[in-house]
Design a protein around this ligand. Structure first.
Ligand code: SF4
Length: 265
């Protein structure tokens, strides 16, 4: 899950919203073309929700629209077990989900369980992980992760946030991805897209992902945490780009205090 910058620069009318500026970060998003300036401009710019109650209503309306706009929103990493998702998410640091998906078929077939990672040859792991960059560190992480899972959890991935973040190389973001997508336990994943959209939509002013997660937990219903996160990520990749958000093609234009473009009559 590659991170990117946030300049806050906005699109202007006529700007091309098509194309995949964030394409490297998401194969599914790259397949979607967003038409430029296809949404009626709002008559007035939306205001930030001023109360928690207002923010909760705002969140629900935004999420319903995003659900309609991105019905294919999902975890972009390929996996079939909690261990595979945990490994893939750890590997996705500093690279793209697409690249991770290219190396994991061989990785998962050669290392089917935590013990296999613990006992793996460092050189063999590094060779498989080489296309991802930082392959030496990532190979060491997988060995350490496998050893910790064997030593502390009988080789199983724990379905518990505290236990997950205690594993080597696992932070809150990774833990929430695994909880939400492998175990069906609501997890609020705050990546670069979720953070950026949450600030633009007025749900938080924080930059620190842990503080953003705390703010979002106050206004997003818990049962929606996982899927709202996926939908925000898809919208960030397809429309609300970090450097040039396609406000004119955005279904949230009339709800967004950060809309920049011509207002309608
Ligand atoms: S959410 Fe939509 S309207 Fe708001 S800044 Fe992003 S692209 Fe523009």
């Amino acid at each position: 899950m590659q991170t990117d910058g946030e300049t806050g620069r906005r699109a202007s009318p006529g700007a091309q919203a098509t194309g995949p500026p964030d394409a490297a970060a998401s194969p599914p998003a790259a397949e979607i073309e967003v038409p430029a300036w296809s949404v009626e401009p709002p008559a007035i710019r939306a205001k930030r929700p001023r109360t928690r109650k207002a923010a909760r209503g705002h969140v629900l309306e935004v999420d319903e629209r995003l659900a309609a706009q991105h019905p294919d929103a999902r975890c972009a990493l390929d996996f079939t077990t909690p261990l595979e998702l945990l490994v893939a998410t750890v590997l996705s640091a500093q690279t793209t989900d697409k690249r991770v998906n290219q190396v994991t078929p061989e990785l998962f077939s050669r290392y089917p369980d935590a013990g296999a990672y613990a006992a793996a040859s460092r050189e063999d792991l590094e060779e498989i992980l080489r296309p991802l960059g930082f392959f030496r560190a990532k190979a060491a992480s997988l060995q350490g992760l496998g050893a910790a899972l064997v030593a502390e959890h009988g080789g199983e991935v724990p379905a518990d946030q505290s236990a997950l973040v205690a594993l080597p190389g696992v932070g809150r973001k990774t833990a929430n991805v695994v909880l939400g997508d492998a175990f069906g336990i609501p997890g609020l994943t705050v990546d670069t897209h979720v953070g950026r959209l949450s600030r633009r939509l007025g749900w938080t002013r924080e930059q620190d992902p842990v503080k953003v997660e705390r703010d979002l937990a106050e206004v997003i219903p818990q049962e929606r945490w996982t899927m709202t996160g996926h939908r925000l990520i898809f919208h960030g990749r397809r429309v609300c780009h970090s450097r040039r958000p396609a406000c004119g093609a955005c279904v949230l234009a009339d709800l967004c205090p950060s809309y920049e473009g011509e207002l309608g009559a």
